[in-house]
Design a protein around this ligand. Structure first.
Ligand SMILES: Cc1ncc(COP(=O)(O)O)c(C=O)c1O
Length: 390
């Protein structure tokens, strides 16, 4: 007989995203559907805008949740501030930096790419050399590279962009809501994120924020934005004071996003960032104590996404299938050049918890033992609890 309901197993989500969500967010997602121009709904959108300004640490008026996943936010930033012939510099240190490059190419930018080693951040010296050679309208880069587990230090890059008068386009998909993001302090002009990672909601919305300088550059464009759906001037007529129909905004998803943002506000952004950092340190302590290695050197590790090297001779897919089938545990495999070389362990939002770390250490140790690879699971678990006690 055909199942009457969707059959969705209850997984422990510890991959690159989506992650588990708080029961209050699930509840919000079942609130009554209302019209996209209903005054009650417009209030929800206003509250989302205010709370997004809080997590982005910005005063940018144009700060909202674009329809679509993180890729839509990326497309919105790229399509709005880049037009054909614009000199654009994209820093590629992983899979998602390359996606920005592909999008800039489609906008027919005059593109220069700085290609760096996966697992390392952008080298400021290389960037400075390039900025001295040529002048750029936009520098595109990723703050939290989910494919490698690298957190990009921003202070130096921000200083260089300012000195050379270039706008910064920043991917904060795996950092916003769990890692320190400072749009105004860093002088970022176009930033985007997603709803399903550290923010703690389901996938489908993409928080974006545009500086006044970015908005001005959109106003001065010679060509119309090559995406009608993501044109910020049109979207602003809906999110801003005019309240003109643009698209049928999903009240369901926005209720969820609002509740997720309220949870961030209640926890306190600073405390939430500390929780993500502490749990990341505990995971690393456990992983290293059990005898495994991290890919990224300590100073550049991304707290929300941890890349653990797969020991030689271990069948990656078998391990992940075992974890999923036996323990309902999802972790991520490597992307691009890191395929088969690393596991990506996400500790984001509601999934960033002591319980999840201990569970992962025990489960991965068992998965490895089945392939004849011995780890010191007791040392791993004890290192986790010790790190958490700090
Ligand atoms: C750094 C980064 N940028 C962009 C994206 C694309 O986001 P989405 O899959 O939500 O479209 C992802 C997805 O994981 C990501 O990790």
């Amino acid at each position: 007989m055909q199942a009457r309901q969707v059959e969705a197993p209850l997984r422990k989500l510890m991959g690159p995203g989506p992650l588990n969500i708080h029961p209050r967010v699930y509840q919000a997602l079942t609130s009554p559907v209302i019209g996209h121009l209903d005054p009650a709904y417009l209030k929800v959108l206003d509250q989302i805008g205010d709370l997004l300004r809080m997590v982005f640490r910005t005063k940018n008026r144009i700060t909202n949740a674009a329809p679509g996943t993180g890729t839509a936010g990326m497309e919105s930033c790229v399509a709005n501030i880049i037009e054909p012939g614009d000199p654009v510099l994209v820093c590629v240190q992983g899979y998602f930096g390359d996606r920005i490059r592909q999008m800039a190419e489609r906008q027919e930018a005059k593109l220069t790419v700085i290609e760096g080693e996966w697992g390392k951040p952008v080298d400021p010296e290389t960037l400075e050399k390039e900025l001295k050679k040529n002048s750029y309208k936009v520098i595109g880069l990723v703050h939290a590279e989910t494919s490698t587990g690298v957190l990009q230090p921003m202070a130096e890059i921000a200083g260089l962009a300012k000195e050379h008068g270039a706008m910064i386009l920043l991917d904060t998909v795996t950092s916003l809501g769990g890692v320190d993001v400072r749009i105004d302090d860093w002088g970022v002009d176009a930033a985007y994120s997603c709803s399903q990672k550290c923010i703690g909601c389901a996938a489908g919305l993409s928080p974006v924020s545009f500086s006044e300088r970015a908005v001005e550059s959109v106003r001065r464009r010679k060509h119309p934005v090559r995406s009608w759906y993501l044109d910020i001037s049109l979207l602003d007529k809906y999110w801003g004071t005019e309240r003109v129909y643009h698209h049928t905004s999903s009240s369901t998803l926005n209720y969820g996003l609002l509740e997720a943002l309220r949870l961030i506000e209640e926890e306190g952004l600073e405390k939430r960032i500390q929780r993500h950092t502490l749990n990341h340190k505990a995971l690393v302590a456990g992983v290293e104590a059990m005898g495994l290695e991290m890919l990224v050197s300590p100073e550049f590790r991304l707290p929300s996404l941890n890349t653990v090297k797969i020991p030689a001779g271990i069948d990656d897919v078998k391990v992940r299938s075992y974890l999923l089938d036996t323990y309902n545990l999802e972790i991520g495999g490597g992307l691009g050049v890191l395929k088969g070389k690393v596991w990506r362990v996400g500790l984001m939002g509601y999934s960033s918890s002591a319980e999840n770390i201990l569970f992962f250490i025990a489960a991965i140790s068992q998965a490895l033992a089945l392939q004849g690879y011995k780890t010191d699971v007791a040392a791993g678990l004890s290192a986790v609890t010790k790190a958490l006690d700090k």
